[in-house]
Write a protein that binds this ligand. Structure first.
Ligand code: UDP
Length: 161
């Protein structure tokens, strides 16, 4: 990162974003990627995968006692998911704001959930909810060799470098 100065550490923050099976089925991958791209965040990892029960049980470990957990697993394994890692200043918090409330009924228009879905059980996208969770989720979903460190040539349009 030699080209960035000492104030640039924060712009390397990363988060895990996943287009869930309903989002893939509904052909929303492109529109969802566009929301992150147009905001100025940088894509550093991307893949389509059929998620295993094992990965999901680790990913949603904190929810395993919830009544909706079995249907959540069924939903998340019902078809392919598109997993991504996005990078940028404050990307974890900003992504949660781009995505909107877990319950789409509470998500305002302009957010991804507020624009594209109706019910909490089919809310089209996942976004890590803290920097710590983002680090754990990225390590769970991606090999380090699948993450690309690259410099966007127009960084100066988004940051004071
Ligand atoms: N979920 C559900 N019913 C609920 C709560 C959650 O089906 O009552 C699902 C929903 O897909 C949600 C996921 O479980 O996105 C994970 O829940 P969490 O509370 O972690 O919300 P998120 O971080 O995805 O906004």
């Amino acid at each position: 990162y030699a080209r960035y100065n000492s104030n640039s550490a924060g712009i390397r923050e990363r988060t895990l974003i996943a287009v869930k099976p309903d989002g893939v089925q509904r052909r929303l991958i492109g529109q969802i990627i566009q929301r992150f791209e147009i905001r100025g965040f940088q894509l550093v990892g991307l893949k389509m995968l059929q998620v295993s029960d094992e990965l999901l049980s680790q990913h949603y470990m904190s929810l395993c006692k919830k009544s909706f957990y079995p249907s959540l697993l069924h939903y998340m394994t019902s078809g392919p998911v598109v997993a991504m890692v996005w990078e940028g200043n404050n990307v974890v918090r900003s992504s949660r704001m781009l995505v909107g409330n877990t319950n789409p009924a509470e998500a305002p228009p302009g957010t991804i959930r507020g624009d594209f879905c109706i019910h909490i059980s089919r809310n089209v996208i996942h976004a890590s909810d803290s920097i710590e969770m983002a680090q754990k989720e990225i390590a769970l979903w991606f090999q380090s060799s699948e993450l690309i460190e690259w410099e966007c040539c127009d960084h100066g349009n988004f940051y004071q470098l």
